[in-house]
Design a protein around this ligand. Structure first.
Ligand SMILES: [Zn+2]
Length: 443
């Protein structure tokens, strides 16, 4: 009992953020009662609406090759997904020949107007095509903005009981593969070691993004100081060191996303603060934050300094750039090449040990290393973002000998720990997914 009570809010929280978790749990409790009553009274309805159960709200991200066995186990009774306007989506899984083909019921979540929890409405019921031994469901997102949908698999007015092996969730969008960057320095930024001035730092950032994100066309980089924000400028004085999570409660400074100037408003907002107020954390972004138009999940945060147990240390320009390139990978839906313990805790899924790509290696030894155990316990878990919050850990902080040559994935951008390697890269498959996901996101 204690276990199920513990897990339900966690799974919900993982997707919706801490503040919204409780009202959503309440909603589902209420919902179970209403389902019971409606089942007694609605025999004239030819199709029963089979809503998602409360404890199975695992999230799927499009084009993610590591959905995990929790999604597979809960596909019939309900999973969630983030969808974007005009996106074409395909959900597929292996046929279980012991059962008839299931139908899929699609739902959309909406926030109550008073901000008090969520509601859910049934949209449509889909039949699958069968192709190559798989059930294939195709659907289009006709929303005007990024939305959260849920689905259940249904047979004979109840949850489908067949197996759902090898789930794949793919999405393709209509938006361009062009992207601009918007660097937002917040508060007082001390001179950065290795570069002369903010404009040159921005040039360095642009160059690194163009080198790493070869499946995007990176048009340009803007530099906009938070102190000069047309509306919020006075909140962000230029003579104060900004500690994200302390000077401002919002670790992500989401209100600065979607800079209100035409042309800049759909750039990727990279917020540079003095430091993030969490021990040894260099950068921060949500997994598949996927929002280029402002509001929650619209920023990537990096610090010019890292908070340490004895004070703080300054990062070089190259280090900050590497962190920004890495966190942006999460923003567009990439996981770490090797999961950390903190990742696994966040997913609530022990099967996701690596990113699922065939062309990126992983480093199982890393999971067992002292570095990770330290990294896990020293960090504060945070669920204030719609996806899993991803923090880059500073390996120099723990005083543990860590030989990156032992990890074949240390040369990849999405390796979870900062390394000394100056050039880190994406694999071909990662680059393909980055492009697919960028094209799903309105901009
Ligand atoms: Zn990371």
């Amino acid at each position: 009992m204690a276990r199920s009570n513990f897990f339900a809010p966690l799974c919900i929280r993982r997707f919706f953020g801490a503040k919204k978790a409780y009202p959503l749990s309440i909603f589902f409790t209420f919902f179970c009662f209403s389902l019971f009553f409606s089942a007694c009274s609605e025999d004239s309805d030819p199709e029963r609406v089979v809503y998602p159960l409360d404890k199975e709200l695992y999230a799927m991200f499009p084009n993610d090759p590591a959905l995990g066995d929790s999604v597979e186990a809960h596909l019939s009774t309900g999973v969630m997904m983030i969808v974007h306007p005009g996106g074409l989506y395909t959900l597929s899984f292996g046929v279980d020949s012991a059962f008839e083909a299931p139908k899929m019921q699609l739902f959309r979540f909406y926030e109550h107007r008073d901000g008090d929890g969520y509601g859910m409405s049934k949209m449509e019921t889909l039949k699958p095509e069968v192709s190559g031994g798989r059930y294939v469901f195709n659907f289009v997102c006709e929303e005007n903005e990024k939305s959260i949908w849920g689905l259940t698999l249904v047979q004979d007015d109840d949850y489908y009981r067949g197996k759902t092996p090898d789930v794949k969730f793919e999405g393709s969008g209509k938006y361009s593969n062009h992207l601009s960057l918007n660097l937002i320095p917040v508060g007082l930024i001390d001179p950065i070691d290795g570069v002369d001035g903010m404009d040159n730092f921005a040039k360095m950032l642009l160059q690194a993004f163009r080198k790493a994100y070869t499946s995007f066309v990176i048009d340009t980089i803007y530099v906009n100081y938070a102190s000069k924000h047309p509306i919020l400028g006075s909140k962000y004085p230029s003579d104060v060191h900004w500690h994200a999570g302390a000077t401002s409660e919002d670790m992500t400074l989401a209100e600065l996303g979607g800079w209100p100037v035409k042309g800049v408003n759909e750039a990727l907002d990279i917020v540079l603060v003095h430091r993030i107020n969490e021990l040894n954390v260099l950068g921060y972004a949500a997994l598949f934050a996927s929002n280029l138009r402002g509001g929650e999940g619209s920023t990537v945060i990096v610090g010019s300094h890292a908070l340490t147990s004895t004070g703080e240390r300054s990062l070089t320009a190259e280090e900050i750039v590497k962190v920004a390139v890495h966190e942006t990978g999460h923003f567009f839906g990439l996981r770490h090449t090797t999961s950390t313990w903190a990742d696994i805790e966040g997913y609530q899924d022990l099967s996701i040990l690596e990113d699922g790509f065939e062309d990126t290696p992983s480093c199982p030894e890393l999971l067992r290393s002292g570095l990770y155990k330290k990294g896990e316990t020293s960090g504060v878990r945070d669920y204030s973002l719609p996806g899993r919050a991803y923090k880059m850990i500073d390996r120099t902080a723990y005083g543990i000998a860590f030989n990156e040559d032992d990890c074949p994935d240390a040369s990849f951008v999405m390796f979870p720990v900062s390394t000394e390697q100056s050039m880190r890269e994406f694999s071909k498959q990662q680059l393909k997914v980055l492009k697919q996901n960028l094209q799903l996101i309105p901009h």
